[in-house]
Design a protein around this ligand. Structure first.
Ligand SMILES: [Zn+2]
Length: 309
């Protein structure tokens, strides 16, 4: 076919599309808002379960923040790399927060066999579920590392999201929940390398700039900050820095403070809403209330109900 013919066909098709109101109607944009019409979501995601999580959780609770904690069940109670929490304190410590898989022994998953990947994840899931008493469905990759083979091995293990450490520095909802790129490391990597005060200063500036961008944006935004409580260790300066950014993010009416798995469930509930062909009604078959925006109007589609739009 000649280029001119193609061009003409394209023009003819566009003309039909523009005059056909049914097509226009079905192209109505339906946007997700977070619960209660909030436009921002905050995830605070910490790995490894070091004893400093005690202090960290206390600080989160002080500011009514919600954390997601990725734990290595076989390390709990030991002091192999650092001091880990004891198993018998996990359940009460993390009340109101999420406990999630970080594998039983913290291996680099791309380096081990498929069966060992399966073992590491299931073993951790099973033990954390025994401790917590609920299905554990989230995960963070040890060292943040994954690849296609690891993700293939994870099929059927009941893991619904898995976080990497590939910082995106944006606020987008990840397309693939098993390749979840967080926004950024706590302090944007400041203090990660010791004795680099100039570098620390720049990284902290970036960190607070990104937080400010998040607070200012009018778009739907997820801020996902990850780190480890052992990074703060016994250094009061780093704990002060943690409290500083917690304070900035706390008590904000536009922010949905969420466990990572609750956000995943919410997004899935939104994606699973059923709409009439002409978008004049919707049904929410899930157990989660979902807020949507359509034609600049906000609707709450309550769990298990249908509404007219
Ligand atoms: Zn780790």
């Amino acid at each position: 076919m000649k280029t001119t013919t193609l061009l003409l066909l394209f023009i003819a098709f566009s003309a039909v599309a523009q005059t056909n109101s049914e097509i226009a109607k079905s192209a109505v944009r339906i946007e997700m808002l977070f619960p209660e019409g909030k436009t921002k979501a905050l995830i605070l995601s910490y790995d490894d379960g070091a004893i400093q999580d005690r202090e960290l959780v206390k600080l989160m609770n002080k500011y009514h923040l919600v954390g997601t904690f990725h734990l290595n069940s076989n390390k709990l109670g030991s002091n192999i790399y650092f001091n880990y929490l004891n198993k018998d304190e996990i359940k009460s410590l993390y009340t109101g927060h999420e406990v999630s898989v970080h594998t039983a022994n913290h291996p680099n998953l791309p380096d081990i066999s498929k069966i060992d990947v399966i073992y590491e994840i299931l073993e951790d899931r099973k033990e954390l579920e025994r401790i917590m008493g609920y299905p554990v469905r989230g995960m963070a990759y040890p060292f943040g590392n994954t690849n296609d083979a690891v993700i293939e091995a994870m099929n059927g293990l009941g893991i619904e999201y898995a976080r990497t450490v590939g910082d995106s520095y944006n606020f987008e909802i990840p397309k693939d929940f098993l390749r979840w790129f967080p926004t950024m490391h706590q302090f944007a990597k400041a203090y990660w390398e010791p004795n680099q005060p100039e570098k620390d200063k720049k990284e902290l500036e970036l960190f607070y700039k990104i937080i400010d961008d998040f607070l200012q944006t009018k778009e739907l935004a997820v801020l996902d900050i990850w780190g480890h409580s052992w990074e703060m260790g016994t250094d009061q300066k780093k704990w002060d820095e943690t409290e500083k950014f917690f304070k900035i993010l706390a008590n904000n009416q536009t922010i949905y403070y969420t466990k990572q798995i609750d956000l995943v469930d919410y997004i899935n509930a939104f994606r699973n809403l059923k709409f009439a062909v002409d978008k004049n009604s919707a049904t929410n078959t899930s157990a989660i209330n979902v807020t949507i925006k359509m034609n600049n109007k906000i609707y709450n589609v309550m769990a298990g109900t249908s509404i007219n739009l």
